[in-house]
Design a protein around this ligand. Sequence first.
Ligand code: B12
Length: 208
Amino acid sequence: MADLNALAEAVTRGDQNAAVEMTKAALAEGVEVKKILDEGLIGGMNIIAERWKRNDVYIPEVLIAARAMKSATELIEPELVKAGVEPAGKCLIGTVQGDLHDIGKNLVVMMLKGAGFNVVDIGVDAAPEKFIEQAKSAKPQVVGMSALLTTTMPAMEKTIKALKAAGVKAKFIIGGAPVTQGYADKIGADGYSPDAASAIDLVKGLVA
Ligand code: B12
């Protein structure tokens, strides 16, 4: 019998081979794909997110767990599409214009994917026009912006204003080391979170 707790455990350990093998075995046994995703893979990432919030693990462990999750998810993606499993929600995220930092953004993307969200990542140095164009085609419920430089923080305000003016209906969230809740309030963002683990709770709250 497939042990989905063991699969979750393999993800938290970042054991890519075990996660892939256990996922293959569960699929071969005919375990429902949604169950494999929710209890095994997302279950494992939730545990890592909690440990990270408590500082029990650090970024390398999170990255390794996300890699294990990604490899196993690739196996079940075609099955998920066939089964018509709805994602938890859709997000679009990018690093704003002039800014090339993407390590934090990538973590947010991985954690959101780990939590079952469909995420469109538009990369770094993304101009407001790019956010608008991509948001119009992807129709996300949440648009996230990352900035690591004090000189690129104003690009978040510019981007939010441009998205609103273009009629994009979504919640706008921001993050990055120099960003604060006060800044988010000042520029009219709908939310801010200081790290990728709490970004999941923020996004879940906004799409609920
Ligand atoms: C790595 C790094 C680089 C790398 C980036 C590589 C890459 N692919 O990202 C390189 C070498 C390219 C680089 C370049 C520069 N950098 Co730099 N860089 C850093 C460094 C060391 C680490 C940043 C990082 O990755 N942190 C780890 C991640 C995990 O943390 P994070 O990004 O904050 O993300 C977390 C949260 O903020 C949040 N989060 C992030 N984004 C989002 C988005 C949303 C929506 C949400 C909800 C949450 C969220 O979740 C993440 C995970 O928990 C910092 C110093 C530091 N300690 O921060 C300097 C730093 C940011 N850089 C700095 C500078 C000055 C530069 C340069 C201008 C240097 C130069 N003179 O060329 C250039 C600018 C290039 C550009 N145009 O962007 C300064 C900024 C100073 C300032 N006040 O503006 C810093 C603070 C270093 C310093 N002390 O001087 N840099």
